[in-house]
Each structure stands twice: as structure tokens, then as C-alpha cells.
Design a binder for this molecule. Structure first.
Ligand code: SF4
Length: 258
């Protein structure tokens, strides 16, 4: 099986994303490395330790590349549903993330006014007022939470900050007052000889309660699709994820399953 790997460009695609449609990716992270405050067992970029040493690209360089790409796509009559911030790590760690968002929204309005701007984030920086304000401006503020217990996040997402707390992140998510999409990866398997499973009844019941507390305008659940750095993980079938989210759907939550 192919190994996970990093993107070697700042602008990726456009590609067809199963969750977002026709998406042009913006990688605000190094082209030759990964920078993330998590080190998820399932990260498509691989382990942090294997991609050390890269530096953040300059914001104006990335924005110039984005403008050139949008201009070329417009000239070619290409379709675009969404400009998506993802890439080799956590985009909100970029020191000029807020300025980049402002410029991206201008470019979107100029070239593809009907396209959305999405940010895929692990939510570790939402307590930073500049990041919080920038995320409130985008169309799809997609924030990850893979479990309701600190121990689960420590195991699956391996935060670099020893003081990471689910409670703090949940309070941060609540402060968006519904202007967020919560994204959760369901996964099972083994890591370092320990069982990994955020789909047990206790995990799912606590996670559902978090959703009721956060009240996002959408919940996206998904499972593995690509090679993972921890090879002993398995995909949770769609039908099973549908059962896990059924009580929330019955309560009126907008839930998508990929
Ligand atoms: S938060 Fe995203 S980029 Fe960071 S390690 Fe996890 S999957 Fe990879």
C-alpha cells in the first residue's frame, strides 16, 4: 500500500473532494515539511517526525500563486465550488493566517463569487482572538474533534501541547454560536499495543452530548480513505457511522457521513 505523503505545492488541485465538491486547496504549510499541533494516527501527511525542518511559506507568495491559479481557471472556464485551507499540517498556525483569510475572501469575490472558502482546522488555536475572528469570516469553519475524552484525543490525535483539554476546545467551539462545522474521524484499531476505538457506546454517547452542547450548524463524520502512518487502523463502515449519528439526526442535527 502507498505511504501517506506531504503536498509539495502551495496550491493543490482543483480536486474533487467527497466532502466539499470541486476544491482548490491552499497549503499554508511548508512544501517540504509538516507543521502541526497534532500528530494524528491517521494523518495523510504522515508522522510529524518524518517531515521536520520546513518553514511557513510567505503569505504574499501563496496569495500570488492563488490569484494566478484562479485567473487561469477563470480563463479556462473551470468550475470551482470551494477554496479549502488544509495541507501539510494546521493552517491556523501560520503567523499571517488572518491576513491570508482576508485576501482570500477578496480573491474569491473577484474571481469566483459563488465559491465558498473552507478552513479545515484541528481547533487547537481557536482561543487565539485573531484566529477566532478569521474563522468567523469564512463560509465553512470546519473544526475537528475526534472524541469527548482527553485520553481519546491524546491517543488518536497526539496533541503536542501536554495541557490540551477537550473542555477548553468545546468552550471555544461554543463561542462560535453555531457558526462552525464539527468534523469527527471515527476509527478503530491498535497503536503501540493499545486498542484504539472512538466508536464504543461510552465514547459515542459522550461525543453526542458534546454535539448537543456545541450545536454546530453541521456535523461531518468520516472514516479512513487513504493510507495512514499507523498501519493497524481500520475503516468504520458508513452504515455503522449512520447508526452512531442516528440519535442526533432524529433530533434535527444536519449530519453528513463520508
Ligand atoms: S490535525 Fe490534520 S494535519 Fe494535523 S496531524 Fe491531524 S490529520 Fe494531520
Amino acid at each position: 500500500m502507498a505511504q501517506p505523503d506531504i503536498f509539495n505545492t502551495n496550491i493543490v488541485g482543483p480536486i474533487h473532494s467527497r466532502r466539499l465538491g470541486i476544491s482548490l486547496g491552499v497549503n499554508l504549510l511548508p512544501k517540504d515539511g509538516k507543521i502541526c499541533s497534532f500528530d494524528c494516527l491517521y494523518c495523510e501527511c504522515g508522522w510529524n517526525r518524518d517531515h521536520r525542518g520546513g518553514r511557513f511559506p510567505l503569505a504574499n507568495v501563496v496569495m500570488q500563486e492563488l490569484e494566478e491559479k484562479l485567473r487561469q481557471m477563470q480563463r479556462d472556464g473551470a468550475l470551482l465550488d470551494v477554496i479549502t485551507f488544509a495541507g501539510n499540517g494546521e493552517p491556523t498556525l501560520h503567523p499571517d493566517f488572518d491576513k491570508v483569510i482576508d485576501r482570500t475572501l477578496q480573491l474569491r469575490d473577484e474571481y469566483y463569487p459563488s465559491a465558498k472558502v473552507s478552513v479545515l482546522s484541528n481547533a487547537t488555536q481557536i482561543g487565539n482572538p485573531r484566529v477566532h475572528a478569521a474563522l468567523l469570516k469564512v463560509d465553512n469553519n470546519i473544526l475537528k474533534i475526534d472524541g469527548a475524552f482527553d485520553a481519546t484525543i491524546r491517543q488518536i490525535d497526539q496533541p503536542g501541547d501536554a495541557s490540551y483539554s477537550v473542555r477548553r476546545v468545546v468552550e471555544g467551539m461554543k463561542s462560535f454560536q453555531g457558526q462552525l462545522i464539527v468534523q469527527t474521524m471515527f476509527v478503530r484499531g491498535e497503536h503501540d499495543g493499545q486498542c484504539v476505538d472512538n466508536t464504543t457506546p461510552a465514547e459515542v454517547a459522550a461525543w453526542q452530548d458534546l454535539m448537543r452542547e456545541i450545536r454546530p450548524h453541521q456535523i461531518m463524520v468520516y472514516s479512513l480513505d487513504r493510507p495512514t502512518p499507523e498501519p493497524n487502523l481500520t475503516r468504520v463502515p458508513k452504515e455503522e457511522m449512520a447508526r452512531l449519528v442516528a440519535p442526533l439526526v432524529a433530533e434535527g442535527f444536519n449530519v453528513s457521513i463520508a
